[in-house]
Design a protein around this ligand. Sequence first.
Ligand code: COA
Length: 145
Amino acid sequence: MVGLIDSSEWSNLRPILAEWDQKFFPFPWRESHWNSLVYDYHALIAAYDQDKLCGFSLFNTSQGVESYHLLKIYVVQDSRKKGLASDMIKYSIKKFELKQIYLEVAVNNIAAIALYESLGFEKLLKKDSFYSDGSDAFAMLLKCD
Ligand SMILES: CC(C)(COP(=O)(O)OP(=O)(O)OC[C@H]1O[C@@H](n2cnc3c(N)ncnc32)[C@H](O)[C@@H]1OP(=O)(O)O)[C@@H](O)C(=O)NCCC(=O)NCCS
């Protein structure tokens, strides 16, 4: 099951999401970055497995529905390959009536690239040295209509 996290739940969940980010993302944000996120310019979607929070996706919405920027998407190990990441993205498209979604993904993140391509994202270009360790990213775009 997936659903939108509203502003009242945002502050309770933020420490959990920041902890997952810290533990499981190769290039996590600083705590101050998480704390400075402005709800107005972001959308947070949660995924639940048997009513337990098991993943999230975070979008920057400042460009409006013309183009949301997918900043992070994560599903805990035990809940992967059940369609939850896919459901979060599909839910966002429907909920916000998005025209397109843009993202960057590490070139060696096979699972994430497979997820995005399964949804119809296309590679736009390779961004050399995009990450702080000098590794490269693909910029990808999904046209939703
Ligand atoms: C990438 C990630 C979010 C995918 O989450 P998920 O809930 O397991 O993905 P889904 O079950 O919705 O997968 C949908 C499709 O994506 C592809 N896919 C997902 N994981 C895959 C894997 N490990 N290997 C190959 N293809 C994969 C498949 O096509 C899959 O469809 P299928 O199950 O019918 O074959 C998850 O692996 C994760 O949290 N990884 C760590 C964080 C991360 O890398 N985030 C992306 C940063 S840009």
